[in-house]
Design a protein around this ligand. Sequence first.
Ligand code: MRU
Length: 354
Amino acid sequence: MISSPTHVYPVIWYEGSVLLIDQTHLPAEYAFVEIHRCEDMAQAIKTMIVRGAPAIGIAAAYGMYLGAREIETHDREQFLSQLEQVAQMLRTTRPTAVNLFWAIARMLKTAYETIGTVEEIRQVLLTTAQTIQTEDLQTCQAIGDRGLELLPKTPAQLNLLTHCNAGALATAGYGTALGVVRSAWSCGRLSRLYADETRPRLQGAKLTAWECVQEGIPVTVITDSMAAHCMQQGMIHAVVVGADRIAANGDTANKIGTYSLALVAKAHDVPFYVAAPVATIDFAIATGREIPIEERDPVEVYQIDDTILTPAGVEFYNPAFDVTPAHLITAIITEHGAFSPSQLQQELQHKYVA
Ligand code: MRU
């Protein structure tokens, strides 16, 4: 695989198994989990050992190969039918990130279109998973460059704000929103990154901050509720976030809290950018109302480490994502350029989506 300047690879194919950085233990511990079976890959996606839309897609692609390896038949039809079951199992892991479904569909299509023995199909599946991974690295570097062209020209050095983690850990190894931040940093255009802590799972405080520290990118962690104050004080020049699924009209699902950030940015006239690969755009759905929103275990809300925060007898609601309406988004930065939400279909669907 081509290398990333970050040297952070959340998914690694190594000597017949998949190594995942265990993102549930960062920043305290940088450790890997070894995955041999597709069921374990599904579990790793569900429990967020691996997370972030593109990384979930890459992990699922390897999960498809691991599943193909476990199927014992030499009969092509039986093999394909059992592979469909593997695909279905992986699809049930996380509902919002469309990259999961995109990667599984690409792997299935490859299996159906490969002429040859079952063993030959397996080999092509492994190569395809590796290709999906390599392509993502190139795509994210292109997103970083396209984003850099778009950032406000003044001041010379910008303060950017991001939410959750859309970095190397969430992709093959460079990042979408953090890809733009990285490109800005390497060109001397970044003064400081403000990272929302991102309740309830704290991906900003734990993962984005960790990535920045690895590379010496100046980072200030704030609680989610401090973003409005920072914008009112003129401390933020642009917001850059990732996406889990973008509808054809540009409505964007991303980590819970993104919508309120977009509203606050609009109120303060701060540009609000979404950085995502074309694979994150779901042209099959017209608006964000059709995006399935994952609801996760309430324990994420009421407990931090071993501490229970709330009194007994209360109820909880834990949606993992929200939808930012297109009219709040200044531009969507893709590997093929930056577009206003209303341009997506005309500029991208017909040219780049099969
Ligand atoms: O629940 P997570 O941590 O998987 O959510 C991640 C996000 O919301 C990211 O912003 C999104 O997946 C884009 S990652 C490049």
